[in-house]
Structure formats: structure tokens, C-alpha cells
Design a protein around this ligand. Structure first.
Ligand code: 13P
Ligand code: 13P
Ligand code: MG
Ligand code: MG
Length: 380
């Protein structure tokens, strides 16, 4: 076995029951079967199939590096089988995130979102998976800057010698497809100056300054609506974070989610709502297609495979991760997120409940303006 492992999370919404709510269990099972065959034929070592709201998330671990056509092809086949079932059952938005008919070796640009990280497995390797529904990649910018830059969130930045060195950020301009590498704490204020504009900038990757540790976090930054050039669904983003021993502790990684921040993307991809941290089971949108959900699952990486709460010799794919936001400590945040989301709804179709005009997934404004061209007059 190589000492480097790659964790790939590939996700897509390929249809759901009764609106943008929940994929059918048979779709999840179809994905499970494809990935199980991927273990049997040696493409991947292990996997886990889960979901947040209407998005199916495939967690895979292998030794093939990032952007591997075999691994991407496996995810593609899984989503194709799930799409077929969704179409057969005439589910809502069947095949929503599938933008092409043919797979060309890399799933990027084809619709599904990807977050992948390759690293040398440490003596103990705790991994957190975040999955969001009804929002977009910039939703991770505030929590990630708190986790990796803010000593009032991560005391480790002050007291853990390796965290104390700071971290490197790869920031993407998702509109222009450009990236910039910046260092914290040296360029902390410059980093925030970019990331504060959540319509344009998002964090792709965070790296330790310690080369042996390598990557600390990675986010799927695929902007589906831009990829497609028209509205085809939100970019409901995923994130992977490595924790402890030179990286922030699990508790430091989870802490920022105690703040129910406002994020863009719920209801028709066109509104701001408060982020609601919850379990997988509680992730079905239930009020105004939201509020935007955030789920966090934890597993160890152990000898190139995943290890959760199941027996160590259970078959690949049969995992029981920690479901961090399932617990009652998060009730208070959920309650606040609901109150804040109701408050935002009070604005109806007015800003700041709706997004800025260029960010709206739906709009009638060009047509309305066209109709009114002749009626607009100069104001004296
Ligand atoms: P333990 O002492 O329970 O291992 O915890 C260490 C730690 O860093 C928790 O944040
Ligand atoms: P999804 O992106 O989760 O499919 O939601 C679309 C939407 O706009 C729901 O109102
Ligand atoms: Mg959907
Ligand atoms: Mg979704």
C-alpha cells in the first residue's frame, strides 16, 4: 500500500421525492452497489454513501490521487444509475446536476461537485466531512477563516506549536476562474478583504505551513450555475477537514457553526437564509425549501480505509460515522436559525431577503424592463 491516500467526495443532486427534498433510498442503494463494485475491482479501497437534503454524497478513499478518471468514472456511473431510477420513478428534477450525456474522464464541469485531498496518513487521522444543501461554496469561507485564522475560535493557533505557524489559503475567484495563494496570519486582513465578497471569492484549500502535514481542508467550489451558463441547480457544497495534531481540534472545527450565519441559496437559489446545523435525518428541507442545512460527519482514516463506529471487519461501505450536529447542544442554534430565517422571510421579495440582481437564479427583470422601455421617461 502506498503511504499516500486520497479522499474524494463527489456529490450531485440527481432527483428527489416531492420537490428538492430527499433522494429515493433506491437511488442511494444504486450508488452503493456501483461503489461496492469499485472496491471489488480495486478502483477504490472503501466508501460511504450518504446525503444532505436532495444531494447524494459519495465519500471514497483510494490511492489514485486527485482527478483520477477511474474514481471519477465510478462516481459518474453511480449518478447515472441513480438518475435512471429517478427518471423511472418520475421524481422531481431527475438528473438535475448532470450537464452532459457522456463522461470524458473527469467529472469537473460535468455537473457534480468534487472535493479531494491527498495526504500521508498520520498515526491517527480524524476526518470531518461537511455537506450543505441550499447554499453555495462561499458558505464555508466564514467558518474556515474562523477555524484556521481566528485565535478566539481556535486556541490551538496560540498554544499548539504547529498550528501556531499559521496556514496557507488557496482562494478562488469563482467568476473569473482564477486562484491566488495567501498566507495567514501575515496576510490575514487581505484574505478577509477578498473573502468578505461572498459573491465572487471562496476558499478552495487550506494547507499547513508544515510540509509534512500538507492539506488541512478542501471545499468543492464548482459553481454549477456558472458551469451550465444558466440555472440548473445550486452548487450545494461539500468540505473535508483534517483535525488534531497540527490541525485545529475537532471541537475547534465545529465551533463556528454555533453561529447561524446568513448564507445565499435557499428557495429557487435566490434567497438568504440562516444556516441550520443538523443530522442527516433532519436534513430534509421543511420550511421555504430550507433553511439551508449543514451536516457534519466524522470518521477516522485507518490504513487507507474509513473507520467509524462499526466493527473494524465490517464490509467496505458499511460505516457509521459520528453525526456531530445530531446532538442536543445544537438545538439552540437550530432554533435561532429558524427564527432568523422567518425574520428574513418577513422581507418577502425585497432585498436583503433576495440576492443581488446578478446572483438571482430566477429573474423576470429583463422581460419587465423590455416591456417598459417605451414608458420610462427622464425625471425633470
Ligand atoms: P484528549 O485529552 O481527550 O485527547 O483531548 C485533547 C484535545 O485536544 C481535545 O481538544
Ligand atoms: P437544490 O439546489 O437543493 O436542488 O434546490 C433548488 C432550489 O432552488 C430549491 O428551492
Ligand atoms: Mg434539487
Ligand atoms: Mg440540494
Amino acid at each position: 500500500m502506498s503511504d499516500r491516500v486520497t479522499v474524494s467526495v463527489i456529490k450531485a443532486d440527481v432527483g428527489s421525492v416531492a420537490g428538492h427534498t430527499c433522494p429515493h433510498p433506491n437511488m442511494m442503494r444504486a450508488c452503493y452497489e456501483v461503489l461496492k463494485n469499485g472496491v471489488a475491482d480495486g478502483t477504490i479501497n472503501d466508501f460511504y454513501v450518504t446525503r444532505v437534503g436532495d444531494d447524494i454524497n459519495l465519500f471514497m478513499i483510494h490511492e489514485r490521487g486527485e482527478n483520477n478518471s477511474g474514481v471519477h468514472g465510478l462516481a459518474w456511473d453511480a449518478f447515472m444509475d441513480a438518475t435512471k431510477l429517478a427518471k423511472k420513478m418520475k421524481l422531481y428534477a431527475a438528473g438535475q446536476d448532470i450537464l452532459t450525456d457522456a463522461f470524458s474522464g473527469n467529472i469537473k464541469g460535468a455537473g457534480p461537485g468534487t472535493a479531494e485531498m491527498e495526504f500521508v496518513e498520520r498515526g491517527a487521522e480524524p476526518l470531518l466531512f461537511f455537506m450543505a444543501d441550499k447554499t453555495e461554496p462561499s458558505a464555508y469561507s466564514l467558518p474556515l477563516t474562523r477555524i484556521f485564522m481566528d485565535p478566539f475560535t481556535t486556541t490551538g493557533l496560540v498554544i499548539d506549536p504547529r498550528a501556531h505557524e499559521g496556514y496557507i489559503f488557496e482562494i478562488h475567484d469563482v467568476v473569473n476562474s482564477k486562484k491566488v495563494i495567501m498566507a495567514s496570519p501575515e496576510e490575514g486582513y487581505d484574505i478577509l478583504s477578498l473573502l468578505g465578497d461572498t459573491t465572487r471569492y471562496a476558499i478552495k484549500r487550506v494547507m499547513s505551513k508544515n510540509e509534512k502535514l500538507g492539506v488541512g481542508a478542501v471545499v468543492s467550489t464548482d459553481k454549477l450555475n456558472l458551469t451550465a451558463g444558466k440555472y440548473v441547480g445550486k452548487d450545494d457544497p461539500v468540505m473535508i477537514v483534517r483535525a488534531q495534531s497540527g490541525f485545529p481540534a475537532v471541537g475547534e472545527v465545529l465551533q463556528p457553526f454555533m453561529f447561524p450565519m446568513l448564507v445565499p441559496g435557499w428557495m429557487r437559489g435566490s434567497h438568504y437564509g440562516a444556516l441550520y446545523p443538523c443530522s442527516v435525518a433532519d436534513s430534509d428541507p421543511s420550511y421555504f425549501d430550507g433553511p439551508p442545512r449543514m451536516v457534519s460527519l466524522g470518521m477516522q482514516v485507518s490504513n487507507g480505509k474509513f473507520q467509524g463506529l462499526e466493527d473494524p471487519d465490517s464490509p467496505p461501505g458499511e460505516h457509521r460515522p459520528i453525526d456531530y450536529f445530531a446532538g442536543s447542544v445544537w438545538n439552540n442554534v437550530r432554533q435561532k436559525a429558524v427564527e432568523m430565517s422567518i425574520y428574513m422571510r418577513g422581507h418577502g421579495p425585497f432585498m436583503p431577503a433576495i440576492l443581488a440582481p446578478e446572483e438571482m437564479e430566477y429573474t423576470t427583470r429583463p422581460a419587465v424592463l423590455e416591456k417598459l422601455t417605451k414608458r420610462f421617461e427622464d425625471i425633470e
